[in-house]
Design a protein. Structure first.
Length: 260
């Protein structure tokens, strides 16, 4: 605790809340008195934490005054399970596509206004795109990001762009909402997205959406390569391969097929 007190970034109130939540990994229900005794803290402090968590939906309280994990935790757990399911069910199709094309293949989701890579298989070429799980890409300047944005409501896209801005990374970056709207319209019409050196000079990318069990696009698969291996003929060859792999993952997640 002494070290925490010296940490200028440490939030004592959040730490107390997490300490309370951790108790629910040991028992499914707690009363105020027994939880206060277990933690060695006074009832008033523990009650404030419990009340705050209950108001936010992280805990629920029954008529007898016993607290249990609330519905928000169930939703969070379900989201985490879907992400893990996506990561590992996507791996065999990614491996097959990387082997067939020799290029780096990755899957990403929208998180905190960015396209975040959750699974990747490196290509076999000596010169190739290098990435990593957890890498964040701007949604307006990446094929993966555009494949994810294309199926969102317009208001949600506009709110995201208002929060992130539209930084210009290369001369080819789409730097206006109007240009991006046109690109997203093309993605919906064609079923795939392209990155024409919009994020990194000399790097091109093809991406396609992945749908979940509801049929809603919630992830994207992308293949990236240097532009000297991504001429028009190569891109034309890759598009059905990328869409086919994305459709395969979608079927594994219980969704209807996406036309390749």
């Amino acid at each position: 605790m002494a070290e925490d007190a010296k940490d200028p970034y440490h939030l004592a109130s959040l730490s107390r809340g997490l300490e309370v939540l951790d108790c629910f990994t040991r028992r499914p229900e707690w009363g105020l008195a027994e939880l206060s005794q277990h933690l060695g803290q006074n009832k008033a402090t523990v009650f404030r934490v419990l009340h705050t968590l209950e108001q936010a939906g992280w805990l629920s309280k029954d008529a007898a005054g016993h607290y249990a994990l609330g519905l928000r935790f169930h939703a969070l757990g379900a989201a985490a399970m879907r992400r893990e399911q996506l990561r590992w069910q996507a791996l065999p199709p990614l491996q097959d596509l990387a082997e067939a094309t020799g290029e780096t293949v990755h899957v990403g989701i929208l998180h905190d206004n960015a396209a975040v890579t959750v699974q990747i298989v490196e290509g076999t070429h000596a010169v190739r795109m290098h990435s990593a799980v957890g890498k964040r890409s701007p949604v307006h300047a990446s094929a993966m990001g555009k494949a994810l944005l294309a199926y969102l409501p317009d208001a949600e896209v506009e709110a995201m762009l208002a929060a992130t801005g539209m930084e210009r990374f290369t001369p080819a970056t789409l730097a206006t909402p109007a240009a991006l709207r046109e690109a997203l319209h093309q993605v919906r019409q064609q079923g795939h997205a392209l990155d024409e050196e919009e994020l990194v000079p000399g790097l091109r990318c093809v991406a396609a959406p992945i749908t979940d069990h509801t049929g809603r696009p919630t992830a994207a698969l992308a293949v990236s390569a240097p532009k000297d291996r991504m001429g028009a003929a190569r891109v034309a060859d890759l598009i059905p391969r990328v869409k086919g792999a994305a459709a395969r993952i979608s079927r594994m997640l219980g969704a209807p097929s996406i036309a390749a």
